[in-house]
Ligand binder design. Structure first.
Ligand SMILES: [Zn+2]
Length: 268
């Protein structure tokens, strides 16, 4: 009986310990994770503070780094396995903001591993995983669309239960700081509610007011030498010229009038 148990354990040992990380990142539901380099995991400095965060820390670390060597019963093994996943997640959040980690996540982003934005006007723009907290057990992972700059719930329940702290609050923003060319062009396109083709009044008034605010803000940005371009801008400028003499000041005046009729005050 004892021998049988040993055989059984050593067999599962070898299954588990050979390439645990490879198994982890290729398991169903773990598609958001990239594989953390061995070098990163074995540098104690990168793991600072995690020993108090993760139960059975040393066993968990051994499991993740493929040097696990312990005859444990199923209960303990399960606990250690759970700890190893938690440890992997916490190190993952640190790893993905390193040069190597960013490059790996960028690769996954380009392959749409994190899914596409559900917003119609984003035309299926790829998403990035992010957390709303850097502390574990606060909230689950969300998906950020750099085009509409909004966040979404993951579609699959497997992904929806992943801790957001395994990705952190800063990774998606750091990615675009490091790779600024990837930042998608901002778009002014938005959905206009209509009834049989006629714009719904309240929504249209709000849209006019928001357009007015946007133009005013853009003018102010130009004043401060910080002009920002939208994808549609070059097109709409051409449209404006088609109508002839309508230049910038006239346009601004018109918008101000609309904003007044919308009876919404622009707060300063
Ligand atoms: Zn979007």
């Amino acid at each position: 009986m004892v021998n049988m148990m040993e055989d059984f354990n050593s067999e599962t040992d070898s299954d588990y310990t050979s390439y645990w990380r490879d198994w982890f990142v290729s398991s169903r539901g773990n598609e958001y994770f990239c594989e953390i380099d061995e070098d990163y995991l074995t540098d104690r400095f990168n793991l600072t503070g995690l020993n108090t965060e993760v139960p059975y820390y040393q066993y968990a670390l051994d499991l993740v780094t493929d040097v696990f060597d312990l005859d444990a019963d199923d209960d303990l093994r399960e606990q250690i396995e759970k700890s190893a996943r938690h440890l992997y997640g916490l190190v993952h959040a640190r790893y993905i903001v390193t040069t190597r980690g960013l490059a790996k996540m960028l690769d996954k982003y380009k392959k749409c591993d994190f899914g596409k934005c559900p917003r119609v006007l984003c035309d299926g723009h790829p998403l990035l995983p992010m957390g709303q907290s850097d502390l574990p057990n606060m909230s689950t992972v969300k998906l950020y669309c750099p085009k509409c700059e909004d966040i979404y719930n993951p579609k699959s329940s497997r992904h929806a239960s992943i801790d957001g702290a395994y990705f952190g609050t800063s990774f998606h923003s750091i990615l675009f700081q490091v790779y600024p060319a990837l930042n998608p062009e901002k778009s002014m396109r938005r959905y206009e509610p209509r009834i049989y083709g006629f714009k719904v009044h309240a929504a249209a008034a709000l849209a006019r007011w928001q357009d007015g605010c946007r133009e005013e803000l853009q003018d102010r940005l130009v004043e401060y030498g910080m002009s920002h371009k939208f994808v549609e801008e070059s097109d709409s400028e051409e449209d404006a010229y088609e109508y002839g003499e309508e230049n910038e000041p006239a346009k601004t005046e018109k918008v101000a009038g609309d904003a007044a009729s919308g009876r919404m005050d622009i707060a300063n």
